[in-house]
Design a protein around this ligand. Structure first.
Ligand code: FAD
Length: 290
C-alpha cells in the first residue's frame, strides 16, 4: 500500500526506522527486533540507505522481508550519494520487483572523508531532483526529510523551507523530520511550512535517548538541541544506563503525548535497531491515548 493512502485514513500513523547492520552476522538479531516491533502493528517501517558499500544492498532485502514475511508496509530510503541516474533507475527497478511502493528520497550526507556533498557526474545535487526523477520513472509514494531545527547547511529556516517546498512541488507526498527534543521547535517548523504553502502530512521523528554517550554524537551529527532540564537529568545519572534509558523513555512519552494532542499526522521512532525502549513507549501511548 502507498503511504500517501494510509494518511487518507486520517488517524495518526505509527512507524519505526531501522538500519541495515554493518556486518552480516547481525541481520538475524535485526529480524528478531523487527518481529517484536511488528507486533505493535506499525503502519510502516522505514529502512535507511548507507553512504556506500554492502549495507546499501541490504536496504531492499530488509524492506522486502518486512513487507513479505512480517506483513508490514515499508518505506525504503534512497540517496543521491555516489549515484548516477542510471544507478537510481536500477534501484527503482529492484524496489518495484520486490513490491516496495514507498521511497524516502534524500540527498544523503557526504562520505566521512569529504566535508561537503559533491554531486556525482550524471547524478543529482539536491533531493528535489531525485524526487522529480523518481516521479518520472516509477509509481511510488515519495517522502522527504524536514528539519525542525534547520538543516546544518542552510543559512536559516526561511531558505530551508523554500528548499523543502521544492521537494513537495516536485511530487513528494509527505515529510518525516529529523529528530528534535523540544516540541516547540517542531511547532514553529510546522507553522512555517504551512505559511509557505506546504500542506502534506509532516511526521515528527522521535529519538528515545538510551545512552548518555549518544548525546554528544546527536548534537554533532544533526545539530539537535537537548533541552537543559533533560540534559541535567541525564548527566546526573550518566553512568547508570538503566536510569538514562528511563529518563529517555519518559521524555519520549511526554513528547509523543503532546504531539498527538497537537494533531500530528503520525509518530516516527528512530529505533536504533532496538525494540525494548520503543515498545515501552508505544505501549504506554496505547494505554493512554491511541
Ligand atoms: P536536500 O533536501 O537536498 O537539502 C540539503 C541542503 O541543501 C539543505 O540545506 C537545503 O536547504 C539545501 N537545498 C536544497 N535544495 C536546494 C536548492 N535548490 N538550492 C540551494 N540549496 C538547496 N542520510 C543517509 O545517507 N541515508 C539515510 O537513509 C537517511 N535517512 C534520513 C531520514 C530522515 C528522516 C532524515 C531527516 C535524514 C536522513 N538522512 C539520511 C540524512 C540526510 O541525507 C542529510 O540530512 C542530508 O544532509 C540532507 O538530505 P536532504 O534529503 O534533506 O537534502
Amino acid at each position: 500500500m502507498k503511504i500517501k493512502n494510509i494518511f487518507e485514513e486520517n488517524k495518526p500513523t505509527l512507524s519505526f526506522e531501522v538500519f541495515p547492520p554493518s556486518r552480516d552476522g547481525n541481520i538475524e538479531e535485526l529480524y528478531r527486533v523487527i518481529s517484536e516491533l511488528a507486533e505493535l502493528k506499525p503502519d510502516f517501517f522505514s529502512v535507511t540507505y548507507g553512504a556506500g558499500g554492502s549495507t546499501r544492498e541490504k536496504t531492499v532485502e530488509i524492506a522486502s522481508k518486512i513487507r513479505n514475511d512480517f506483513g508490514r508496509e515499508t518505506l525504503a530510503h534512497l540517496t543521491c550519494v555516489q549515484a548516477t541516474g542510471t544507478d537510481i533507475l536500477q534501484e527503482l527497478g529492484k524496489l518495484e520487483k520486490t513490491g516496495i511502493e514507498n521511497i524516502l528520497a534524500l540527498r544523503g550526507d557526504p562520505p566521512k572523508e569529504n566535508k561537503t556533498f559533491v554531486k556525482t557526474e550524471g547524478g543529482f545535487e539536491y533531493a528535489s531532483e531525485l524526487v522529480e526523477f523518481i516521479k518520472l520513472n516509477g509509481d511510488f509514494s515519495i517522502g522527504v526529510a524536514g528539519y525542525p531545527e534547520v538543516h546544518p547547511e542552510a543559512p536559516d529556516m526561511e531558505h530551508d523551507i523554500v528548499n523543502l517546498k521544492k521537494k513537495i512541488d516536485a511530487g513528494a507526498d509527505f515529510i518525516i523530520t529529523q529528530m528534535f527534543f523540544d516540541n516547540e521547535d517542531f511547532y514553529r517548523f510546522r507553522d512555517n511550512t504551512i505559511s509557505a504553502g506546504i500542506h502534506v502530512p509532516i511526521i515528527p521523528g522521535i529519538f528515545p535517548i538510551f545512552n548518555y554517550r549518544q548525546i554528544s554524537r546527536i548534537v554533532s551529527l544533526c545539530g539537535a538541541k537537548i533541552p537543559p532540564k533533560l540534559h541535567d537529568k541525564l548527566s546526573r545519572v550518566n553512568d547508570r544506563s538503566e536510569e538514562v534509558e528511563k529518563y529517555g523513555i519518559e521524555h519520549a512519552i511526554r513528547q509523543s503525548e503532546d504531539l498527538l494532542k497537537n494533531g500530528v499526522s503520525g509518530l516516527h521512532f528512530y529505533s536504533m535497531n532496538r525494540s525494548r525502549h520503543v515498545m515501552r513507549i508505544t505501549q504506554e501511548l496505547f494505554k493512554k491515548i491511541i
